[in-house]
Design a protein. Sequence first.
Length: 485
Amino acid sequence: MWDLSIQALDTARVRGAKYADVRVMHLRQRDLTTKNGQVGTLAQSESIGLGIRVLASGAWGFASTDRLTREGVAACAAQAVSIAKASAIAKRKDVVMAKEEAYVDSWQSPFRKDPFEIPLETQLDLLLATDAEMRRVKGVTLTETDLQFRKIDSWFASSIGSRIHQRKVISGCGIVATSFRGEEIQKRSYPNSFGGQHILGGYELVESLELLKHAPRVAEEAVALHSAAQCPQKSGTLILGGSQLGLQIHESVGHPIELDRVLGEEANFAGTSFLTLDKLNTLRYGSDIVNVVADARLEHGPGLGSFAYDDEGVPAQCTDIIKGGEFRGYLSNRETAHLVGLARSSGTMRTESWNRLPIIRMTNISLLPGTWKFEDLIADTDDAILMETNRSWSIDDRRYQFQFSTEVGWEIKGGKKGRMLKNPSYSGITTEFWNSCDAICDAEEWVLWGTPNCGKGQPMQTMGTGHGASPSRFQNIRIGAAFSK
């Protein structure tokens, strides 16, 4: 792999590139799903190839190939330089890159059990047994389970001298029970909706979540929602569970801080941003207790946004995004860092595969823990609605006005958790919402949730991100409008 990488860099230099970096990537994936007791997906695949990015005549060029021969790699590098020179005809100004050191390193994400060494039969038997447990509950009409595993090896080399090998193992799983009654559909998911929980780790995640144990409860709650009271429409106090708050962070903090969106260089998938450059260090984003970081370091947790180096060879970092409620930072790369007064990139360039350009992506965008015990937060709340597990969401193209609905709600009255509520929803404006936060639970309740399916770019790249959150309370929130009649 290193020989091919060096050959690509040498070819690019001879052809006139002032800078080049190359990635060889080997990707393996395994997906298993069941639906109503039948196998839905049973797939395993792998892909290997090389992508080279070059800077020539002040502009970028990129090309990729799966023809990993000396001839194939040389032709790919030459094509990248040709594209850069052609792009330079339309450039507005030369690309300027922030300085970065050269690194020679090898890194592997920690895991205890390699999911690719666990027999498919064992994994499938677990899903079928869990599926059967959910189907035992009367009133359940659709049961679904899934397992997802990824193993990614990448070899990165750059013309400044970096030589970095990284290996990531990613695991995820989840279950869903859906109940149809009349014209109404209700569902419950565990441990989260839209694929469950995903981490940078091995099969130990699946074992720790005990899917079989939780299957009856998930199914029973899906059926019980039909008989639950409708979530009222009002303005009031809202408590969000950690996984729902993780998605709230993703949509109303993570995407608007991507600097390419801010600069108008990327607008696909509802993508500009209200966080224009004049907002940096001047905007009151949230209340005093709101502290959000972008942290790709492994010590932050085994998140889908954790790594040792990004795909520009920049080391993982922790960046303050919101500190004491004040907006403090963007997600930048080596090209955009100087636009916000940074001497170096914040290390957020990532790519889905060897045949895609790296772009600015969320790492682990997390709300830091507060001081409240969950039981104390409930006891301190006289009248509120607790909402858990996302059902749907909508947000405008500046990431400013939003509406979310969750699978289940719970009435809080007199400091106690009461009856179940169906069809809960809430809406608001990003800065008003975060400024209304008056309580955040502590580290015991904090979970680094994985979002495996964040789409960005064109052609689209699907990337995993992480969002640490613990249950939190918000005041004067518009509740229940999504399902009002």
